[in-house]
Every structure is written in C-alpha cells, then in structure tokens.
Design a binder for this molecule. Structure first.
Ligand code: 2P0
Length: 325
C-alpha cells in the first residue's frame, strides 16, 4: 500500500551531543527540541511485490551511493519489524529544508520515511514506537514525530527499547519563533557524527557537558511549562555554548564557528541590551538560530540582516509533528 507522510525539522534547545552506541544510535544525554514549520520533508513509500530492490528519488532525482544506502538500511529495519524481509519499496521524497539553512534535513527526512514506511508495510505503531524506530535512522529525527516541544529520553537499556522522544508541550502551547541566520560558509565540515564521536572519545570537557544536562533539562521544562521566555532562552544559549566548548577540547580540536558566527552572537547580545528578548543557539555548523517572541519579529529580522556576513534570514514558527495523507 502506498503511504505518504510529512515531517518537519527541529531545533534542539538542549542538544544531543554524543552516542553510547553508534549502530543503535543511543545517546549519552537526553535532549529537548522545538519542531519548526516551514522546513519539511514529504515522503511517499510504496512497498510492492514486483520490486526486486528499493528505489529512492529525492526532489525528483534518482539517488544512489551513501544517501541511498542509508535509506535502504533504514527500510531493512521496517522490513524486519514487519517480518517481510523480501519486500522492496519505491521511495519518493520532496525536501523543503534548504540545505544552506544549516538544519539537518535528516531529522525531517527520517521522521517522514519512518512514518510513511511503517504505514506502507502495514505496521501499526504508536508515536513512541515510531520515535524509537526513527531514532535508528538519525538521532535528532526521533524528536520530529511530535509538534511543539519534545524530549528525547536517552534511556538506560542496552537495546535502546527505552530511548525515544515524548511530547513536552504542543505547538499551541506557546508561539516561540526561530530565525535561521545564514552565513556564507566555505569551511571543510566535520559532520555531526564525526564531531560527536571525536568529542566523546577525546574531549576532557565531555564529562562536564554530561553532568550539566539533568539540571538544564529540569529547568528548561519548567521554563516551557510557565512560558518563561527569559529562562528558556538563557538555558538554551548556555547549553549550546557548553556543547560547542567540548569541541575545543577534542583531539584534534575543532570548532563549527566562523568569525561571522561570533558576530551574530554579539548582535543577539546587543539586542538584549536594548531590551529585545532574543537568544541564540547553534548546531553542528556555523549558522546561528535566534529564538524570539512574535512581537519582536520585525526588529529581530532587521537587526540580524544588518549584521555583516549575514547572507539570509529565514523565519519560522513552531510546527506540527508527523502528518499522514
Ligand atoms: C541536536 N545535533 O540535538 C544536535 C545538536 C547537532 C548539534 O542532532 O548521527 O544528524 O544521525 O544521530 O541527529 C545532529 O546529529 O546525528 C544533531 P545522527 P544527527 O539536534
């Protein structure tokens, strides 16, 4: 049966940074994110008897190589769950996550693939089961099953059975906005997979990062429940800085920041000095995401665009979880 699902990307306010099991994608810390509208992937999966192998098209282009392998390896998990190991699928994805925006399209991509794939093969899954499955495609994707705020609980079990995301507050709970600030980037990238692995294995700061998570998580959830923007923003910003600090201690050391990344961080601090509530967070790349409230949107966008080195600013709101068609 043909099935189509849409999922959105998410921005982590408490970052996932490190794995305890690489093949099962089990994290060393719990994380919390906001699902964003606008940045989405829509995927149709069609498991059909007459196919002798999987096919994958992305934005109407036939995909092979590493990207194809990641998709078929994920479809293997779905086949295994359904007990249909010899059934192949045609997968068609439309990705509306601009790669330059520095959002991992893997989050919306694997969430949409997991949802459409399970439905197509006839698996009945709860959101928790879907999140656990999605996690094995890409860690951060397991949070994109839900709209609004979601927490990925790291779990304790060696088999990953208790490592999945749960909803924290729905989209309607709070209208928080996020500006993705795009910077020109010519740096050779350390992938987030490689970056987190190197950090876990070599950074002496890593244990400090891990120790700080439970308190950040508790305070962040309180801040969200009370719609306390200052609290949420401060914790998100500090948590991001702690994550990035671990990379400086790695061997060999690395950073995702450019000089323009620091310039945008400074712009955000200056906005705060002028009474605009804005806070930044940064993922495994140089671009900065700025959290702000709807009433400050015009001001925030204008100020960010005026910062030297900024090539674009893309605004988004809290988005919905996985939707089926
Ligand atoms: C996050 N990042 O929580 C963190 C913050 C980057 C920095 O999740 O190896 O693409 O597929 O599990 O999910 C990026 O890592 O990595 C990421 P895999 P993923 O959003």
């Amino acid at each position: 049966m043909k099935a189509t699902a849409t999922a959105h990307t998410n921005i982590a306010l408490i970052k996932y940074w490190g794995k305890r099991n690489e093949s099962l994608i089990l994290p060393t810390n719990s994380s919390l994110s906001l699902t964003l509208d606008g940045f989405r992937t829509t995927t149709t999966v069609d498991f059909r008897d007459e196919l002798s192998q999987d096919t994958f098209t992305l934005n109407d282009e036939i995909i092979s190589g590493e990207q194809y392998n990641r998709v078929t390896a994920f479809l293997d998990l779905i086949r295994r769950s359904a007990g249909k190991n010899n059934l192949y699928a045609a997968v068609q994805s439309i990705n509306e996550v601009p790669t330059a925006a520095g959002f991992a399209s893997s989050a919306s991509g694997f969430a949409a693939l997991a949802a459409a794939g399970s439905k197509s093969i006839g698996l009945q899954v709860t959101d928790q089961e879907l999140s656990r499955l999605t996690r094995q495609g890409s860690g951060s994707a397991c949070r994109s099953i839900y709209g609004g705020f979601a927490e990925w609980k790291m779990g304790e079990q060696a088999d990953g059975s208790d490592s999945f995301a749960v909803p924290v507050a729905p989209t309607e709970h709070w209208d928080i906005r996020v500006a993705a600030v795009i910077l020109s980037d010519t740096m050779k990238k350390v992938s987030s997979r490689e970056g987190m692995k190197r950090t876990v294995e070599t950074s002496p700061f890593y244990s400090g990062w891990i120790d700080s998570i439970p308190s950040d998580m508790e305070q962040m959830k309180k801040g969200i429940a009370n719609r306390d923007f200052e609290k949420v923003g401060k914790i998100a910003e500090a948590n991001c800085l702690k994550m990035h600090a671990t990379t400086l201690g790695a061997n060999p050391p690395f950073t995702y920041w450019l000089d323009t990344t620091l310039a945008v961080m400074q712009t955000v601090r200056s906005m705060r000095d002028k009474g605009i509530a804005a806070y930044f967070t940064i993922d495994a790349g140089p671009n900065v995401k700025v959290l702000y409230l709807p009433e400050d949107e015009k001001n925030v966008e204008k100020t960010l665009r005026e910062t030297p080195g900024v090539t674009d600013v893309i605004l988004s709101k809290s988005g919905q979880g996985v939707t089926y068609y």
